[in-house]
Design a binder for this molecule. Sequence first.
Ligand code: 5CA
Ligand code: ZN
Length: 408
Amino acid sequence: MRSWSAPDIVPLPGNGGPLRLHDTASDRVVTTEPGPRAGMYACGITPYDAAHLGHAFTYLAFDLVNRVWRDAGHDVDYVQNTTDIDDPLLERANATGEDWRDLAHREIDVFRADMAALRVLPPSSYVGVVESVGLIGELAARLRDTGSTYDLDGDLYFSAADAPRLGEIGHMDRAEMLELFGERGGDPERPGKKDPLDWLLWRAERPGEPAWDSPLGRGRPGWHIECSAIALDRLGPAFDLNGGGSDLIFPHHEMGAAETRCATGGPNAHAHLHVGMVGLHGEKMSKSQGNLVFVSKLRQEGVDPAVIRLAMLEHHYRTSWDWTEDEVPRAAARADRWRSALALGTGPEAEPVLAAVRAALAQDLDSPAALRAVDAWAEAALTQGGTDGGAPGLVRATVDTLLGVDLS
Ligand code: 5CA
Ligand code: ZN
């Protein structure tokens, strides 16, 4: 599937250092050690509604990883899926009478435009589930051949009994897993299952639902296997970083990791990144709750995408936070201050700003600290002046390349 257009990357002098990230599974900040090509997978949208600020916050975190790795000299193989067939999409399409394909295509287009406006670096592979049904069916058949699955009225289930590590990424006990499974797309109560935590790999064709041929018969993929199959196909096993929002830790990322382990004998990824939830009025922003602030709507209202990006960067990626009326004015004031300082044409030397932004981002993507480093430079330039004529150019490039904020 077509990705979105890439922003220009302004080269910076030298290289950044290794990236340290909080890994959900070990619950520690670990040093990432990618080879020349870093492999990263982020779970993409289910395109039945426009992208909201929660989605954007999650992709901003992965964008910072991408930028920091590139700055450290790695190429980045970034894979993102889009769940262009799944229950919520079909439910919305049925409710509005729209063809599910038209709905998905329209919302994916809005998402692409939002991501490009926010200067999120595009994935090297942007992959739809519909175009991947073949390889998903192959992985489901491979799992069936291991004996870890069973048939239930034509649907194929993975046996949780063969996933002894389930719960290890999120450090959850069985009671917690059971509760979350029911809340997040699972079917713990379906009669005939051997264990309530067993999960669907392949859903046999139902009247009125789209279906594709596969080694398992006609049907469509379950949710988790779409991401494990696409990641395995594009990145192989044991790639560098897998993740998404923290609402995906269980069941999605645990069950996906169990599928890959069953198929390959090893882990899907070396580290697991999870982003805090953005809320509105005290509740997680979610399409099902309807408490959404859309990126596209803010843009239509004339909010500068650089300001939206700055508003999100003010929050550390692991913190859950509420979007309030103050975010845009506060970020706009910061952008104005930075622009005024850059317009002076001279300022205090900028190398320490570059070093501070690099150091802050390398330490578990501490974007608030990175903003403070630029604030301090702008404040000094505006109040004390400075004699370094090259400084504004280097600060502008630092902010553009590492933080993705275009102040031109
Ligand atoms: N298509 C699946 C993943 S395979 C999915 O979860 N789609 S989604 O549209 O619901 O979410 C897309 C991404 O945004 C996921 O990584 C999800 O964890 C993240 N996300 C959803 N809501 C929020 C929120 N309120 N705050 C932060 N991230 C969020
Ligand atoms: Zn996913």
